[in-house]
Structure formats: structure tokens, C-alpha cells
Design a protein around this ligand. Structure first.
Ligand code: SF4
Length: 295
């Protein structure tokens, strides 16, 4: 594993994403060992090639200390999202404890945090996340809209361990994530699910969506963020080539449908996206699941 010296670790976003409410993003690692085939940071779109060696930002803790102390002094509180371009709980984190050290700094400076992960390793840090939830200071404009200050979102493209083994070969199994979600809720953390992206004809079918929503409702998830898949690029490392190759190999009967559906630009047609958005919204109402962090 490479270690790199970063120039900055806390990035101020231009505007908040309506789902993730990111005022800041924080990526302790560069690259990602979970290797999801549909990942948007791989290949040419953002210039990060996942085939490159994974790196850890070895000066991350000192940098964050410096950057957050300044922001706290100016009272520039905001939600810090870990992470936007990697997973904060990669296999490496088990021994390196980098994300844990960053959470300690975040707790010290009382910033709210939103964890987005595919790993059950996050359960190790529930103690710190509960402390952050109690102590953090929300930005003024969110104080009347949110009841929590620590959020834990588990990301799924499917809850079928076998299907996940094809599309997310390096990530912990969905069954482990579901158990971690259950534990987060049991411990009083505000926790839910990001379904980004669901896989056309595989995990976005009517039956699959019913099973997903029923499962999350039974566990008691607080919210669900459903979204469709987008494919990018022509490079062999781009998600377009990787997803199509996996479909051809594991779902040959779907290959033509995928090729027609995604066309030349890699985007699902409007009719498909609208139908999906309507279905997802009616399932949220049916199962009593919110589709945002707002209470
Ligand atoms: S966990 Fe996230 S960042 Fe890592 S490969 Fe998968 S989609 Fe990409």
C-alpha cells in the first residue's frame, strides 16, 4: 500500500447534495479496494484509475486538525461526508485506524458527520459516532430541519450476496451490511440506506424493489435514497465497459437490453428514470421510509 502526502484533506463543497447534505467531503484514502464495477470514480470520468495502487493519506490527521481548527474558530460548521471518492472503511482501515483518528478530530471540533459505507467495519466506531451525534453543532440553516448530527448510510446495489459478488467484488457482503445497519439503529444512530445504483432488470425489478423496501422497513431503516445506474466512458477501465462485460458474462440474456437501454451516452432514457423515480417514491410512502435526512 502506498502512502501519500496530501495538500488538503477537507474539501468544501460548492453546494450541498440534497441527499447527502455534504458541506465538506473527506477522503482518507485515494482509490478504493471494494472495486465496484459501476463505480463512477474509476476510469476516465474523474481521472482516477482504480487499477492504480490504493493509497493512504498519511498526513490526514494533522491536516484535518489544522483545517478544522480554523473552520471551528470561524464557526463554519457543516456536515462532513466520509467519503465521496472512496469508502472510509476499506480493509486497510482495520489495521490503520485512519478514519477512526479522523473521527476523533471531528468530535473534538464538534462537526456533524455523515458516513457512507459498504462495510460493517463501521460498527467499530459507533462509540465515536454516538458522541459526535450528541456533541456536534449543525450549521444554522439546518438546525430546525435535522434531529441528528451523525448519520450512517449503508450503500447497496442489491441485497443478494451472490449478485453483489459480481458487481462489488471487493466489498463486504450485503448480509453483513444489513446486520451493521441493524446494530446502528439498535444503538440509536440515525441510519439508512443508499440504493446507488440499482441494476436495471436485476435489482430494480418490481419484485426486487418490494423485497428491498420490505427488508429495510423490517430492520427499521430511517431513510432510503434510491437511484438508477449511469455508465461513463469508452476506456476499458470505465464503468461502462466493466458493467457491460459482467452483464455479457453473467446475464447474457440481458446484454442486448442493456445495450439498447444505455445507448451511446450511457444514460438511461427519461421514461425509464421517471418510471423508476415514481415507483421509488410510492414505495417510500407505502413502507413509511423517508427519502431524505430531514425529519
Ligand atoms: S465502494 Fe464506492 S468508491 Fe469504492 S469502488 Fe464502490 S462505489 Fe467506488
Amino acid at each position: 500500500m502506498r502512502r501519500l502526502i496530501a495538500k488538503s484533506i477537507l474539501n468544501k463543497t460548492k453546494r450541498r447534495d440534497p441527499w447527502f447534505l455534504d458541506d465538506y467531503t473527506l477522503n482518507p484514502y485515494s482509490g478504493c479496494s471494494f472495486n465496484c464495477l459501476y463505480c463512477y470514480i474509476r476510469g476516465s470520468k474523474y481521472g482516477i484509475n482504480m487499477a492504480e495502487k490504493l493509497s493512504m493519506k498519511s498526513n490526514a490527521v494533522e491536516l484535518l486538525e489544522k483545517q478544522l481548527s480554523l473552520r471551528a474558530r470561524k464557526k463554519q460548521y457543516g456536515i462532513i461526508v466520509l467519503s465521496s471518492a472512496t469508502d472510509p472503511y476499506l480493509q486497510l482501515e482495520q489495521s490503520e485506524l485512519l478514519t477512526r483518528q479522523l473521527l476523533e478530530v471531528i468530535l473534538h471540533y464538534r462537526f456533524p458527520v455523515h458516513i457512507i459505507t459498504k462495510s460493517n467495519l463501521v460498527t467499530r466506531d459507533f462509540d465515536l459516532l454516538r458522541e459526535i451525534d450528541a456533541a456536534a453543532i449543525l450549521p444554522e440553516d439546518l438546525q430546525s430541519k435535522l434531529t441528528h448530527k451523525a448519520f450512517v448510510t449503508f450503500s447497496f446495489s442489491t441485497i443478494d450476496d451472490r449478485v453483489a459478488g459480481i458487481f462489488e467484488p471487493g466489498a463486504p457482503k450485503p448480509s453483513l451490511r444489513l446486520e451493521a445497519l441493524r446494530q446502528a439503529l439498535e444503538q440509536g444512530l440515525y441510519s439508512g440506506v443508499s440504493l446507488m445504483p440499482l441494476l436495471p432488470y436485476i435489482s430494480d425489478t418490481g419484485a426486487s424493489l418490494e423485497l428491498l423496501f420490505q427488508t429495510f422497513q423490517t430492520i427499521g431503516a430511517s431513510y432510503v435514497f434510491p437511484a438508477t445506474l449511469a455508465l461513463y466512458g469508452n476506456d476499458p477501465a470505465d464503468n461502462s465497459a466493466l458493467v457491460m462485460r459482467a452483464i455479457g458474462k453473467h446475464y447474457p440474456q440481458l446484454l442486448q437490453k442493456y445495450q439498447r437501454l444505455f445507448g451511446a451516452d450511457g444514460k438511461l432514457p427519461d421514461y425509464y428514470r421517471h418510471a423508476f423515480a415514481n415507483k421509488a417514491s410510492s414505495l417510500c410512502s407505502q413502507y413509511g421510509l423517508r427519502d431524505s435526512l430531514f425529519y
